[in-house]
Design a binder for this molecule. Sequence first.
Ligand SMILES: Cc1cc2nc3c(=O)[nH]c(=O)nc-3n(C[C@H](O)[C@H](O)[C@H](O)COP(=O)(O)OP(=O)(O)OC[C@H]3O[C@@H](n4cnc5c(N)ncnc54)[C@H](O)[C@@H]3O)c2cc1C
Ligand SMILES: *[C@@H]1O[C@H](CO)[C@@H](O)[C@H](O)[C@H]1NC(C)=O
Ligand SMILES: *[C@@H]1O[C@H](CO)[C@@H](O)[C@H](O)[C@H]1NC(C)=O
Ligand SMILES: *[C@@H]1O[C@H](CO)[C@@H](O)[C@H](O)[C@H]1NC(C)=O
Ligand SMILES: *[C@@H]1O[C@H](CO)[C@@H](O)[C@H](O)[C@H]1NC(C)=O
Ligand SMILES: *[C@@H]1O[C@H](CO)[C@@H](O)[C@H](O)[C@H]1NC(C)=O
Length: 529
Amino acid sequence: MEISHVKLVPVLLFILLNSVWCTTSNSISESFLQCFSSHIHSNSSSKIILTKHSSAYFSVLQSSIQNLRFLNTSTPKPEAIITPFKHSHVQAAVICSKKEGIQIRTRSGGHDYEGLSYVSTTPFIMIDLFELRSIDIDIENEIAWVESGATLGELYYAISQKSKVYGFPAGTCPTVGVGGQISGGGFGSLFRKYGLAADNVLDAKIVDVNGRVLDRKSMGEELFWAIRGGGGSSFGVILSWKLRLVPVPPTVTGYMESKTIEQGATKLVSKWQAIADRIPEGNFLRLVLQVANGTNGGKTIEVVFNFLFLETYEELLPWMKENFPELNLDQTVFTEMSWIESVLFLANFPINETEVLLRRTQQSRSFFKAKSDYVTEPISEAGLEGLYQRMLQLEASELILTPYGGRMSEISESEIPFPHRKGNLYEIQYYITWDDDKETEKHISWTRMVYGYMAAYVSTSPRAAYLNYRDLDLGTDKGANTSYAQASIWGLSYFKNNFRRLAQVKTLVDPGNFFRNEQSIPVLRSGEK
Ligand SMILES: Cc1cc2nc3c(=O)[nH]c(=O)nc-3n(C[C@H](O)[C@H](O)[C@H](O)COP(=O)(O)OP(=O)(O)OC[C@H]3O[C@@H](n4cnc5c(N)ncnc54)[C@H](O)[C@@H]3O)c2cc1C
Ligand SMILES: *[C@@H]1O[C@H](CO)[C@@H](O)[C@H](O)[C@H]1NC(C)=O
Ligand SMILES: *[C@@H]1O[C@H](CO)[C@@H](O)[C@H](O)[C@H]1NC(C)=O
Ligand SMILES: *[C@@H]1O[C@H](CO)[C@@H](O)[C@H](O)[C@H]1NC(C)=O
Ligand SMILES: *[C@@H]1O[C@H](CO)[C@@H](O)[C@H](O)[C@H]1NC(C)=O
Ligand SMILES: *[C@@H]1O[C@H](CO)[C@@H](O)[C@H](O)[C@H]1NC(C)=O
């Protein structure tokens, strides 16, 4: 939520590093470099491969790291960074890594909550797709092709340059990468009307474990199903997506007000919970619970009503009067605007500064830990009060409550791997930030403690979680031999009954488990099939 200012990080890739070939490096093997160079048919691979000796290595590595927990001297670093300009460069990276037996991590926007796109405890190469970010918008046919390295902000901006009445239903943070977000689901202000980003994918291009470029037809419907919500990193390197653009009204309306518990916020949260999944479809009425300064010098909890209506003030007013007469419904607190302006509104930017969407990095980065929960029954006022007491212990805590329902309830749980559909009132994201590494332990313990407390109020068997809010506390792969049963500990939380089918697809397309990480989809062994 705290997206205040962003700045451009200079692109430093074109520095020719002629030393790469002569340096005796113990970090990346000469044979890998030769393999790569011969596959891309070029002597200029030093522009595409950055080794630890390259002067641009560190600036590229840190450029899109969002979580400072994974940016310190003891964080394991990639042996090399590959920054492909062409799809054939990705193919070469996969073929040569496999041949040399070195792991790959793929990074698009770098927002992974646990850093899995750029950290691994086994030696690895990172493919950073930021040079592969072309966007091709076709308004007439209501489609777009977008490469994985593009950010959501770049995508939204490109659409707005072609039309004010089209949008795409993905997340609210403009710096998130298209590659990670869409392959893990992706939700934002349009999802109650049109579903997830992954629900609106028509085709995709992927480099598979054999280095082939496949599209929907050649990859087949099983793999195409898996990469729309199952996480791309278990299956290959996704190069690009063909998306269905969706119509948006010429005028939408934003609202932002806050009330403390002393001002009756708890009653409003209860009311909101009672109708969360039945809010008129298309309207996005999220709540943010946070610690604020009280009137008497102490701390209190405030609830921020952070709404986006896909209608005008005049159209939304009757419903708001009926459901939330306690809120300030004066027209002056509402902002009528175009959809693209609403993207800025929800990301806390001035709504006229559209160019901000082209900036790929956030200026202020912090340490953070996050977790997610799904709520299927309203939480009692006593339950909320217990939560407030715990939030007051850690002043920096923030919870984001996003209502489900609408289109989300109409799509079946097995349509794509993302299973959190009908029956969910809302999702909670616990998003805890801090600015000093000495505070890490305290904040992580607090987050775990609150998650323990909330167990009584949220979904169970499995306790569901959202893949894109990755949480390694749910369990991790213990190496090549993790069984399906072991992986189910986190797999069922993220995917419910879709987990087995994901493992079947994995077994089919990557039986050697080349594409893996701490929470990748396991290969089924003979006894498990
Ligand atoms: C500040 C912030 C705000 C967020 N807001 C939202 C939101 O509004 N809605 C929402 O749904 N989510 C949101 N997220 C979560 C976000 O969707 C996930 O973190 C997402 O995975 C990030 O994608 P990325 O490309 O930026 O990350 P990366 O770290 O680059 O990748 C994430 C994962 O996907 C894999 N991956 C990335 N690209 C590819 C590829 N091309 N092929 C195969 N695998 C790939 C990586 O290996 C990694 O496992 C937010 C995250 C942050 C940090
Ligand atoms: C690459 O370098 C070799 C030897 O330096 C040279 O013979 C060859 O023509 C070069 N290839 C290209 C594509 O530039
Ligand atoms: C440094 O990074 C590692 C992860 O790579 C993390 O486990 C560790 O806590 C970090 N150290 C500090 C002081 O933040
Ligand atoms: C709360 O009060 C502290 C001082 O006690 C101040 O530094 C801080 O900016 C205040 N926060 C807000 C959101 O007003
Ligand atoms: C946006 O509006 C503010 C005043 O409301 C103005 O100062 C600023 O220059 C505007 N920015 C752009 C890019 O037009
Ligand atoms: C995995 O299992 C195989 C066969 O069961 C065994 O040979 C191998 O050592 C195991 N690897 C690890 C890392 O445990």
